[in-house]
Design a binder for this molecule. Sequence first.
Ligand SMILES: NC(=O)c1ccc[n+]([C@@H]2O[C@H](COP(=O)([O-])OP(=O)(O)OC[C@H]3O[C@@H](n4cnc5c(N)ncnc54)[C@H](O)[C@@H]3O)[C@@H](O)[C@H]2O)c1
Length: 247
Amino acid sequence: MDEKRFSGKVAVVTGGGSGIGEGIARRLQAEGAQVALFDRDSAALDRVSSETGALGLNIDMSDERAVEAGIEAVVDGFGRLDIAVNSAGVVGMTSTNIVDYPTEEFQRVLAINLFGSFYLTKYAIPPMLQQGYGRVLLIASIAGKEGNPGMIGYSTSKAGVVGMVKAVGKEYAERGVTVNGLAPAVIRTPMNEKTAPEQLKYMTERIPMKRLGTVEEAAALACWIVSEEAAFTTGFVFDLSGGRATY
Ligand SMILES: NC(=O)c1ccc[n+]([C@@H]2O[C@H](COP(=O)([O-])OP(=O)(O)OC[C@H]3O[C@@H](n4cnc5c(N)ncnc54)[C@H](O)[C@@H]3O)[C@@H](O)[C@H]2O)c1
């Protein structure tokens, strides 16, 4: 097998300017895919684009029209869309119980994490259906399966992503397009640099391997999920939790 695993494939990776999204984008690109990064951080986009040759598009995932236009630009420019990974996301407030959690913050976190997942999936699927092949991967979180206290916006948004994966996966199960999720426990990325130490401790203590996961470990599993080989799984949320998740 001389051909690279993603030769001829076109991928969109949101949040591709940092952390897990960046790791996935780099690996897809290294394995032959043409990659477009959607991120709202211009400096991050410039850095990853210049290092990898990926196309960087400044897109706010909470802006439906921007996401729609971004997908259109990718399909126009590259002629197809095979892979869509949603890794853009924010933690929002931490160590804050619901009674003190501002409603505006709840709306902001849902607008990015949950509505962003909805927009990407909604606009990525039509070109995939046209070609009879596609892979959608939404990065959820163990917080969406178990619920992390003090992080109501984040936990709720990720639980929503889990439900979305399960529902949409079934919608296109017979048409060559798979929709799956990935639910990591804590992965060492810039996202946790802002997380309160006591919140991080709470999460790490619950991981039987007693360590954080790595971006490379996340990218390895994510890239398998969006590969041609992963053909008989859809509507499923994969675990990446060092043994924490039991279902
Ligand atoms: N790091 C972890 O421990 C962990 C655990 C579970 C799930 N996750 C999820 O994995 C995904 C990636 O997390 P990460 O750790 O790589 O974070 P990160 O902060 O390193 O990267 C997130 C990227 O998303 C971008 N982004 C944020 N809001 C955006 C918006 N509105 N529009 C476009 N881009 C936006 C940021 O600019 C950044 O480049 C997130 O969905 C996160 O919730 C992370």
